[in-house]
Design a protein around this ligand. Structure first.
Ligand SMILES: [Zn+2]
Length: 120
């Protein structure tokens, strides 16, 4: 049986096995960013341990605690997807805003560890 050419779904001529070059480029860009962040985080952790600022077991404890701050203990910390409401000017801001775009009021850090929040 011959299958129809789904040119509308696969602009590259209907070959579903051929990756979209722009999608592959985006994946490569994201992989580069993740690899870079992995390097920076690994360096920071080793530096903190080498300088005696923290022990690896203590870091693991903090990591487990922060894992649950977004409501899911899944080894990730996802930013909120909900727009942020400014109680000062009553306008909505992007989910990742740290201060109001309209009136500069600072938003409370959603993921700030309560132990740190109590110090300020
Ligand atoms: Zn505001």
């Amino acid at each position: 049986m011959e299958y129809p050419n789904h040119g509308a779904l696969f602009p590259g001529g209907g070959d579903a096995k051929r990756p979209d070059p722009s999608a592959q480029s985006s994946v490569d860009d994201l992989r580069h960013i993740i690899d870079r962040q992995n390097l920076v985080l690994q360096t920071l952790l080793v530096l903190m341990i080498e300088k005696g600022l923290i022990q690896e077991s203590e870091f693991d404890e903090w990591l487990k605690h922060h894992d649950g701050l977004d409501g899911h203990k899944d080894g990730k910390l996802r930013p909120s997807a909900s727009p942020r409401h400014c109680s000062k000017c009553d306008r909505m801001n992007s989910p990742t805003a740290v201060k109001c775009t309209y009136c500069d009021a600072e938003f409370q850090n959603l993921y700030l560890d309560p132990r740190l929040r109590d110090r300020s």
